[in-house]
Design a protein around this ligand. Structure first.
Ligand SMILES: [Zn+2]
Ligand SMILES: [Zn+2]
Length: 222
């Protein structure tokens, strides 16, 4: 995974070819505003490397339509149209124009929408939905994997507390001791660890405990 700075540099380069010259200053300012937010940077990168209409264009606003378990449903608006992205701390997936709604049943179900019509009805008035604020500034979200208060972290999130030793799960040695291994090498060992974790009981993200004086930003953890 590239660092945020690399991502930002890549996006700025892509924008030179993708954005109409007159829109560049404003479009770059929007990107800059989100320069420490992996969620928004994934969208900018996806958009500017693959312009949905194949025409020069620029994102003017991001709106948060919904979020759940570290996944964000975000609408990126441009002068031409509105586009849907499903974003996690790992990647942004382009879902298509807002006007067409969501076609994937799995995604609809994940956001508790009965069908595509229900989506179109709910999101008919875009202005009713808030402008997206960088994920790490949401006080009720894990600053790294972006799950909400009380939700279980994405496996591998450096904020997750180890239920055995109380340390940082990604850096303590418990997993090696428990699995009798010196390194975790494959998917099945991760599955094994996950099963042990679930049996022991994973510690969900607690905004109260982890946010107020949280000393590090997601960048420090990369
Ligand atoms: Zn987390
Ligand atoms: Zn531990």
């Amino acid at each position: 995974m590239p660092t945020l700075d690399q991502r930002l540099a890549d996006i700025k380069l892509l924008m030179r070819y993708a954005v109409p010259p007159n829109d560049l200053t404003k479009a770059a300012a929007l990107v800059e505003k989100h320069s420490t937010d992996s969620v928004a940077l994934h969208i900018f990168h996806a958009f500017y490397s693959y312009l949905p209409e194949g025409l020069e264009d620029a994102i003017t606003v991001l709106r948060l339509l919904d979020r759940r378990q570290g996944a964000f449903l975000i609408c990126a608006s441009t002068g031409l149209a509105d586009y849907l992205y499903l974003v996690t701390s790992e990647q942004a997936e382009f879902l298509g124009p807002l006007s067409e709604g969501i076609w994937e049943d799995e995604v609809l179900a994940f956001f508790n929408l009965e069908n595509r019509e229900a989506f179109l009805k709910k999101y008919a008035d875009l202005t009713a939905f808030p402008v997206y604020v960088p994920a790490h500034l949401h006080n009720d979200l894990c600053p790294f994997c972006h799950v909400a208060d009380g939700e279980i972290h994405t496996l591998g999130c450096p904020v997750e507390i180890c239920p055995w030793c109380g340390g940082q799960l990604t850096s303590c040695g418990c997993r090696f001791t428990l699995l009798g291994k010196t390194a975790l090498k494959n998917e099945s060992q991760l599955e094994e660890l996950l099963a042990l974790l679930n049996k022991k009981g994973r510690l969900p993200f607690s905004a109260e405990e982890h946010r107020p004086a949280y000393p590090i930003t997601p960048e420090d953890l990369q």
